[in-house]
Design a protein around this ligand. Structure first.
Ligand code: UDX
Length: 433
């Protein structure tokens, strides 16, 4: 099929490349000329495992093009709206400016029978509103809402092999067009749910709210574990064996961050307030508060471990991204901890396999090194806040020879406390005795 993808960020660039990988003819559109130039040259503007491979193969074959001109989307049969919906500057609500601007710019270019497909994360409402705009301005076109559940770090796999497809549609025709787009996944037996617009919009924010709640639940348990001497990692294993609960997303630590979970739960609560249903989602405010408290807990542990003050102490912060296998530092708990420690007068040296460039743009006041051993050399304290494989596999004996003080805070509960203590380290996790 001929497809356009409007917005080429973390979502759109992957979606465009994956659609071309599936054999479609795709044009990616973005207003940022630097992003478009990089993508057209086969260079992903951010780190995402597997993206460079499918991007180069698709641009090389001619199936994937990029442009800053929305008119270049005119011949497409299906248009995916994949622009961002950031948190508004003055409230917690989602800012829909980019969705509206992309949609309005596309309107004059819609061919007969074109399908506009919303992918951006939104509150309930925009789909019906945009469908009404189409009915007035371009009745020859129709609209679907098809939320995206990709995880950074697994974005290519999640797009090519989604665990479910959700089509918010007003008629069977739109669903059959989407079936063509996702033929490979459908033939592979991927569950496909056909819903109304409101349900499709709600599925995405509800899924993210549930995941955030699961993480904050286990982090709350880790606070109780700290107060009682219990071990939250064993607790998670034990409750996780109950198939109704499940072990995934029960890793206690410095908490969730990134471009989705934090902003989506805030936008969801703001939306509930607008609907006069604030009390229904009041618990999400608590989920947010528990999550932010984890960052403070790591900072407080650092102060305690260093005898009451971090002032002029050298602290190696391992990780700045919000999760491993990503270069994304948006709302990153790791970077937040580094900044707070620096603010308290510590000599922070932060390191990360992929995130330094993005971190430096936001926080140039921090010192960075790409070398883990350089960060650790002479450190009074090691703080692990993003569980990159190379930090998880650090050898406590070798690491012990690098640092000035063998004290470690495991902000992701991924190191083996027994091995680290045996090597002479003062080990502290979150909710681990
Ligand atoms: C999330 C959703 O998973 C995805 O479906 C949606 O499309 C976008 O938002 P992503 O932001 O890529 O994806 O990251 P995710 O893997 O969900 O992790 C979010 C945060 O939670 C990370 O900071 C991670 O470190 C943290 N996390 C995750 C925990 O602290 N504990 C866990 O057990 C799991």
């Amino acid at each position: 099929m001929r497809i356009s993808v409007i917005g080429c960020g973390y979502l759109g660039a992957v979606h465009a490349s994956a659609m071309a990988e599936l054999g479609h003819e795709v044009v990616g559109i973005d207003v940022d000329p630097r992003k478009i130039e990089a993508l057209a040259a086969g260079r992903p503007p951010f780190f995402e495992p597997g993206l460079a491979e499918i991007l180069t193969s698709a641009t090389g074959s001619g199936r994937l093009r990029f442009s800053t001109e929305i008119a270049d989307a005119a011949s497409a049969e299906v248009h995916f709206l994949a622009v961002g919906t950031p948190q508004s500057s003055d409230t917690h609500a989602a800012d829909l400016t980019h969705v509206d601007a992309a949609f309005e710019s596309l309107l004059p270019h819609l061919a007969d029978g074109a399908l506009v497909v919303g992918k951006s994360t939104v509150p309930v409402g925009p789909a019906a509103r945009l469908a009404a705009r189409l009915a007035d301005e371009a009745p020859h076109a129709s609209l679907a809402w098809n939320p995206e559940f990709l995880r950074e770090g697994f974005a290519v796999k999640d797009t090519l092999e989604p665990d479910r497809l959700v089509y918010g549609v007003a008629d069977d025709h739109a669903a059959s067009v989407l079936d063509h787009v996702y033929r490979a996944a459908i033939e592979a037996g991927t569950p496909r749910l056909k819903t109304d617009y409101a349900t499709a919009e709600l599925v995405k924010v509800a899924a993210n709210a549930f995941l955030a709640t699961k993480i904050s639940f286990i982090n709350a348990m880790s606070e109780i574990a700290d107060a009682t001497g219990a071990d939250v990692t064993l607790l998670a294993d034990a409750i996780g064996h109950d198939a109704r609960i499940g072990r995934r997303f029960l890793n206690a630590g410095v908490g969730f961050g990134g471009g989705c979970l934090p902003k989506d739960i805030r936008a969801f609560t703001a939306h509930a307030d607008e609907l006069g249903r604030g009390e229904s989602l009041r618990f999400l405010k608590e989920v947010d508060a528990i999550n932010l408290r984890q960052r403070q807990r790591v900072v407080d542990l650092a102060i305690e471990t260093l005898g009451g003050s971090v002032f002029h102490k050298k602290i190696a912060v391992l990780g700045v991204t919000f999760k491993p296998e990503s270069d994304d530092v948006r709302d990153s708990p790791a970077l937040d901890v580094a900044v707070q420690l620096k603010g308290l007068g510590a000599e922070v040296i932060a390191t990360d396999p992929q995130g330094i460039e993005n971190a430096r743009l936001r926080h140039p006041q921090l010192e960075y090194t790409s070398s883990t051993s350089e960060a650790l050399r002479g450190a009074d304290l090691m703080v692990l806040v993003t569980e990159w494989r190379e930090y998880r596999s650090l050898d406590p004996v070798v690491t012990g020879r690098l640092v000035a003080g063998a004290r470690g805070i495991d902000g992701r509960n991924v190191l083996d406390p027994v091995a680290w203590r045996k090597a002479g380290w003062g080990y502290r996790g979150l909710g681990r005795p």
